[in-house]
Design a protein around this ligand. Structure first.
Ligand SMILES: [Zn+2]
Ligand SMILES: [Zn+2]
Length: 312
């Protein structure tokens, strides 16, 4: 039997009272099950944090002593329990260490996707599929109007840009994916990386996921035109607004983050409309609960076929 109140949103975030834990709490919690290390999912100050090793390592880099009182590091596909809920981490394909959270209680399965993607990405564990009774999915891009282009075709566009490129991207996950895509599909480019991104690259490398070929940025390097691509985090990108002799690009699934209409780089680490439909086909849920975004399109699409509940 599906419990309609198995997870509910309260002021700290998504809460499961049957196990007394939060999923990606937004305020510090006693028990926090954390899907991945992006800052909007992994905050500091929780007491007991349950996550994968990569997530814990990145949280420790960012938050040091306040990352958690106790980390409970659990490998993928190895069940554990909190309260009476059996939990299993399933690879989500979103970034290194990102997990879907499978929760089993009284014979019913609830799968919280966290952020996830289906596109291939050599810098993280590929998504794995499990069947579930309730799919609790993020719906950031759950709109039939949003179809992400092929990331390989997107990145190949930079081969036509001969001047140096200033490439804005989130430092964690996206930057490593871009290093990999450029190394593979724009091999003439010389990749420079902002120093703030280097410790994250080191974690990826320690865990066996070498992103590609790059060197740390140095002031002298960009003085000449030599097909450099300098990858910088958003804050630095914004401060270079008047940079001359470089093409500015920002890699994102969001239209409004693109710098201009001619030069876009739609590379998203979230599912688009078709990906969500495929996920529903593969996980075969009886119900779909949505959060992070707009679930109304899914509700209309499935009408009487699958019950869709909008959590946020
Ligand atoms: Zn994320
Ligand atoms: Zn997110």
């Amino acid at each position: 039997m599906i419990l309609d109140d198995f997870v509910l949103i309260d002021d700290k975030g998504l809460y499961c009272k049957y196990g007394d834990f939060y999923l990606d709490p937004k305020l510090p919690a006693k028990n926090a099950v954390v899907t991945h290390a992006h800052a909007d999912h992994a905050i500091s100050g929780n007491i007991d944090v349950y996550c994968t090793r990569a997530t814990a390592t990145i949280m420790q880099l960012r938050y040091e002593r306040t990352a958690a009182k106790v980390f409970h590091i659990v490998p993928f596909n190895q069940p554990f329990t909190i309260g009476k809920v059996k939990i299993t981490f399933i690879p989500a394909g979103h970034m290194l260490g990102s997990a879907q959270i499978l929760m089993e209680y009284e014979g019913t399965r609830y799968l919280y996707t966290g952020d996830y993607k289906l596109q291939p990405d050599a810098t993280c564990e590929p998504i794995e599929w499990v069947k579930t009774d309730v799919l609790i999915t993020e719906s950031t891009f759950a709109d039939p109007a949003v179809i992400h282009p092929d990331p390989v075709e997107e990145i190949k566009k930079i081969n036509d840009i001969k001047i140096n490129i200033l490439l804005g991207a989130y430092g964690l996950g996206k930057s490593q994916r871009l290093i990999n895509l450029i190394t593979e599909h724009a091999p003439r480019k010389k990749i420079l990386v902002h120093h703030k991104i280097m410790p994250i690259n080191a974690i990826y490398e320690n865990m066996g996921y070498r992103p590609g070929k790059y060197q740390v940025y140095g002031r002298k390097l960009m003085k000449v035109q030599d097909e450099f691509v300098y990858i910088v985090p958003p804050f630095t990108f914004d401060s270079y607004i008047r940079a001359t002799g470089v093409k500015r690009l920002f890699a994102s699934g969001w239209k409004n983050l693109q710098v201009n209409s001619q030069d876009t780089l739609f590379i998203s680490d979230h599912v688009d409309w078709n990906d969500i439909l495929e996920t529903i086909t593969r996980t075969q849920p009886k119900q779909v609960w949505t959060l992070h975004g707009d679930g109304r399109h899914l509700k209309n699409h499935f009408k009487d076929e699958i019950f869709v509940k909008i959590l946020n």
